[in-house]
Design a protein around this ligand. Structure first.
Ligand code: SF4
Length: 282
């Protein structure tokens, strides 16, 4: 379904009301079947993602040009309407943000994810959200009305400079830690996704990362390694930002499976020692 939607990335009605860099597009279906563990369906209100993380493999997975991933962003404005109909025949857990971030900057103005949540809440649907943004806190009022909603927040580092290098347009680590803390306090099932494990971080800052995570009160972490897709290394090699020392180290080690396995094991041990249970993602 997503492929069909992406193929038909045609401008829809309502673009005039969209913020700069965002266009309204029509989708044919709101839900697609998901093969991700624990999810039955996927829901992605946006096409593209302006967080523009360097390691993002979604465009390579979807066969989309990497350069056009950040802009323009497509807002599937007819999604809430379609969702209302499709939920009549859908049972199980719906993953929100399996391909693009549902709380990327456009969402602050467009409120498409929120409108989808309103529909899901009316139908009493089971949902699992994944994001890098503290904007999710805006919708805690709706989340509290849903049956056992789950929210995962990605945090790869607490080093601001590294975060700016790898996730240039995503909220800063401190904002994400605050979001995790607030979600836990609100009684929302919350986990932190440490993925991809950034090699240069796990060397020097792992203890700081683990301590910051355990300090939020979150009890569950998911770990993921970098997923290298065809074309990704070439894209990264051409980026100016990666010619810094940390960037070069990242490029060198990103394909080193042995190093990544050891770093993952080490991180898992430290998290468990701090009372955080660990799962491997996917
Ligand atoms: S937030 Fe996720 S979808 Fe968006 S650019 Fe980063 S990795 Fe890709």
């Amino acid at each position: 379904m997503i492929t069909r939607d992406l193929d038909s990335f045609a401008e829809g009605s309502g673009s005039a009301a969209m913020p700069e860099g965002v266009i309204a597009v029509e989708c044919k279906h709101a839900l697609s079947r998901s093969k991700l563990p624990g999810l039955d369906y996927a829901l992605n209100p946006y096409v593209g993602c302006s967080h523009d993380c360097l390691y993002c493999y979604a465009p390579f997975l979807m066969g989309r040009p990497r350069e056009g991933w950040r802009t323009p962003i497509g807002a599937r404005t007819n999604m809430p309407h379609l969702l209302d109909h499709e939920l009549k025949n859908a049972t199980g857990t719906i993953g929100i943000g399996t391909v693009t971030d549902p709380y990327q900057p456009a969402e602050a103005a467009v409120k498409l994810t929120r409108r989808c949540l309103e529909v899901l809440q009316r139908k009493g649907a089971m949902i699992s959200i994944h994001t890098k943004s503290d904007l999710v806190l805006r919708d805690v009022d709706i989340l509290k009305l849903l049956p056992r909603p789950e929210v995962g927040i990605t945090l790869t580092t607490v080093d601001v400079a590294l975060a700016e290098l790898f996730e240039p347009f995503a909220p800063a680590p401190a904002a994400r830690l605050d979001a995790i803390r607030s979600l836990v306090r609100a009684g929302i099932r919350t986990y932190v996704l440490i993925g991809p494990i950034i090699p240069t971080v796990t060397d020097s800052d792992v203890e700081r990362l683990v301590s910051a995570i355990s300090g939020t009160g979150v009890e569950r972490a998911m770990l993921d390694r970098l997923r290298v897709r065809p074309g990704m290394l070439e894209y990264l090699a051409g980026l100016e930002g990666l010619h810094s020392t940390s960037g070069k180290g990242f490029l060198k080690r990103m394909s080193d499976q042995e190093y990544c396995r050891a770093a993952e094991d080490d991180l898992a041990k430290r998290l468990r020692r701090n009372g955080v249970s660990v799962e491997r993602a996917f």
